[in-house]
Design a protein around this ligand. Structure first.
Ligand SMILES: Cc1ncc(COP(=O)(O)O)c(C=O)c1O
Length: 448
């Protein structure tokens, strides 16, 4: 590896990487900016994979880590706890919806999904519902990469290779208004996508269904797609009618990202569990959580038969506590709502490009879906790699965004997510939009 090269080819290093392409070596970060080895500055237009919500280089976090490490770095959660873990749980209970007060901590989003699945199963067992085990999820969703979480994830591109290893969980169509799976438009919408849950529960037999899991705004795999108005109210009623628990996957949408504390608040319903990660420790530490309702906590007689060595990690929880303080002190939830409105107003300009099919999202959380033809909504063939071209042109102009593929149906389609840290300013939003404008224009000139 050449020490001074700005990027590294994984095969020429000692890494076994998730990427076949070159990795840019990032050396420093501050606020919404990152720098590479040559001192080139980039705007982090997606907070990494939508996790660096409070921005890079916050000194309070570094101090909290050092302080906690000086006191105690590790205590096994089966028999011990620390003040930092208790404090983080207390702060999270205050941040969570009123009826969700008890938290199980883990080390990321996939682990939170796994924990939620097992919590739901054990809850039913203890409540005399021992036949309930299946989790219904939605196609084109993402709930994590471990095998249980991938069994729930409905993104075909991520599942394809591993199908023989996956649990056979049912999936219903996504709430994807731009390409409504029921062929409706907004005016004719009867929320068939929510009603599909009841049909699926009946087909399987309600006595076998443990929970339904969904992202309030589908992030990585669909490109920031909020469910339509009324959707989660119908979902909540269906779950209640059939004794099915409702898990809101807020790994991406939690912690103020959508302009509310939790994405699900936009629909005014309370889930039985919230899974979260990413923004909880702001990208500074691996931390995930499963926050459960009083109903679950009270209906749970035994101890939760599950755990990992690094669950409830004292240092990760110290970071979680300081990130929650930072969000409150800097009013980042309100900021996300206000600046989100500005971001979406500005992104409308991108419709000047014929390849921009749909711009959507909530708060400082936006997605842009690209199409070859706006009238027919036909996507580019995967071989064109349109998202990759946009990504490269953004990168060369100093902007990092989060790309996605297989948007349309798990095979075709391109999108990017735009979700800068919630400390972003209006001027920085203008800069992001102007780079996107130039980068999309450049990609179009190459392929149209
Ligand atoms: C909605 C959602 N759930 C779960 C996960 C998995 O989280 P992790 O990558 O921390 O395991 C992700 C990651 O992108 C996600 O977006």
């Amino acid at each position: 590896m050449a020490p001074q090269s700005i990027s590294v080819q994984p095969s020429a290093s000692n890494l076994f990487s998730r990427s076949s392409g070159k990795l840019l070596v990032i050396t420093r970060g501050e606020g919404v900016y990152c720098w590479d080895r040559e001192g080139r500055r980039y705007i982090d237009g997606s907070s990494g994979p939508v996790c660096v919500n409070i921005g890079h280089g916050v000194k309070d976090v570094a101090e909290a880590v050092a302080h906690q490490m000086e006191k105690i770095s590790y205590a096994h959660s089966s028999r011990y706890t620390t003040e930092s873990v208790l404090e983080c749980a207390e702060k999270l209970a205050r941040f969570a919806p009123p009826g969700l007060n008890r938290t199980y901590f883990c080390s990321g989003g996939s682990e939170a999904t796994e924990a939620a699945a097992k919590l739901a199963r054990q809850y039913h067992l203890e409540q005399g519902g021992g036949s309930r085990y299946k989790i219904i999820a939605r196609w084109q969703s993402y709930h994590g990469n471990t095998l249980g979480a991938l069994s729930m994830s409905g993104n075909i591109a991520r599942r394809r290779r591993y199908v023989p290893l996956l649990l056979d969980f049912p999936h219903i169509p996504p709430a994807y208004c731009y390409r409504c799976p029921f062929g409706k438009n907004r005016e004719a919408c009867d929320i068939d996508c929510a009603l599909a849950l009841e049909a699926e529960i009946k087909t399987n037999g309600p006595q076998y269904i443990s929970a339904f899991i969904a992202e309030p705004v589908v992030g990585a795999t669909l490109g920031t797609v909020p469910a339509p108005e009324g959707y989660f109210q119908v979902i909540r009623e269906i779950c209640d009618r059939h004794g099915v628990l409702f898990i809101a996957d807020e790994v991406m949408t939690g912690l103020g990202r959508t302009g509310r504390n939790w994405g699900i608040e936009h629909w005014g319903v309370e889930p039985d569990m919230i899974t979260t990660a990413k923004g909880l420790a702001g990208g500074y530490m691996p931390l995930g959580a499963c926050i459960v309702s009083d109903k679950i906590a009270e209906g749970f007689n035994g101890a939760f038969a599950h755990g990992h060595t690094y669950g409830s990690h004292p240092v990760a929880c110290a970071v979680g506590a300081v990130v929650l303080d930072y969000i409150a002190e800097h009013k980042l939830v309100q900021r996300s709502a206000e600046l989100g409105r500005y971001l979406h107003e500005r992104l409308v300009k991108l419709y000047d490009h014929s390849t921009v099919g749909d711009v959507r999202g909530l708060g400082v959380f936006a997605g842009i879906e690209f199409v070859k033809d706006r009238t027919s909504k036909k996507p580019f063939p995967a071989s064109v790699g349109f998202h990759r071209r946009v990504l490269e042109h953004c990168l060369s102009r100093g902007l990092l965004v989060y790309p996605g593929v297989a948007t349309v149906d798990g095979f075709d389609g391109d999108h990017i997510q735009v979700a800068p840290p919630l400390v972003v300013t209006r001027e920085q939003i203008d800069e992001i939009v102007s780079i996107l404008d130039a980068a999309i224009g450049e990609a179009e000139r190459e392929v149209l």
